[in-house]
Ligand binder design. Structure first.
Ligand code: HEM
Length: 183
């Protein structure tokens, strides 16, 4: 996992608490924490940090990832505003993940391992996103979708009826536009 993700997790936790709190998380996780944005670090380190924070908050690790997603979106919207400005709405933004957003991410952060999604549009107010990755970070995907919806001021309902963590071969994330408005 790219160092930028660790940097943003540090940013999110420091903003919610303070630097000493982040240091305590590093200690709990038994990690040193000198992450550079372009470096590559073991996924297991991210898992340990997420678990350490979850333990302190009394949350599930998946709740930490769901909480972190919107922060990650806000941080990227600040760093890469053009990626968001290229889309006038949430649907178009999400549909561009495979062919625009994540490829741009890979230009900036070479050898980032980004997931490939499958999309279905079963109705004008619905978008189904299928996700599969050995990292099984579907809770992060949920948080990123929620963060993107907030960015585009779009109220959505998000369901996750099938999940890698519950034995399905892919996660099924269902975005439903509220009030039936699909933008
Ligand atoms: C501008 C918006 C976005 C940016 C800049 C971005 C960037 C990134 C970056 C840097 C990584 C780490 C890759 C690595 O370290 O190897 C990543 C991974 C990931 N992204 Fe995105 N992302 C964006 C939007 C989204 C959205 C909306 C979703 C939700 C569907 C998403 C889902 C994921 C997931 C689940 C991963 C974890 C990697 C894996 O599962 O294998 N991303 N993204």
């Amino acid at each position: 996992m790219k160092g930028i993700v660790f940097n943003l997790l540090e940013e999110a936790i420091t903003a919610a608490h303070d630097e000493a709190y982040w240091d305590a998380i590093l200690q709990d996780a038994n990690l040193l924490g000198s992450y550079t944005s372009l470096g590559n670090y073991a996924d297991a380190e991210l898992v340990r940090l997420v678990e350490a924070y979850a333990l302190r908050r009394g949350w599930q690790p998946s709740e930490v990832l769901r909480w972190f997603g919107p922060h990650m979106i806000r941080a990227f919207a600040h760093r890469m505003p053009g990626l968001f400005a290229a889309h006038s709405n949430l649907r178009s933004f999400l549909l561009s993940l495979n062919n625009l957003i994540h490829p741009e991410v890979r230009k900036l952060y070479p050898d980032a391992q980004v997931p490939e999604f499958e999309f279905e549009e079963p109705a004008h107010d619905r978008l189904v996103i299928r996700y599969c990755s050995p990292r099984r970070l579907c809770a992060l995907a949920e948080g990123l979708i929620v963060g993107a919806a907030a960015h585009y001021h779009t109220p959505i309902q998000l369901d996750h009826p099938e999940c890698l963590h519950r034995g399905h071969n892919k996660c099924r994330l269902e975005v439903r536009w509220q009030q039936g408005v699909s933008h």
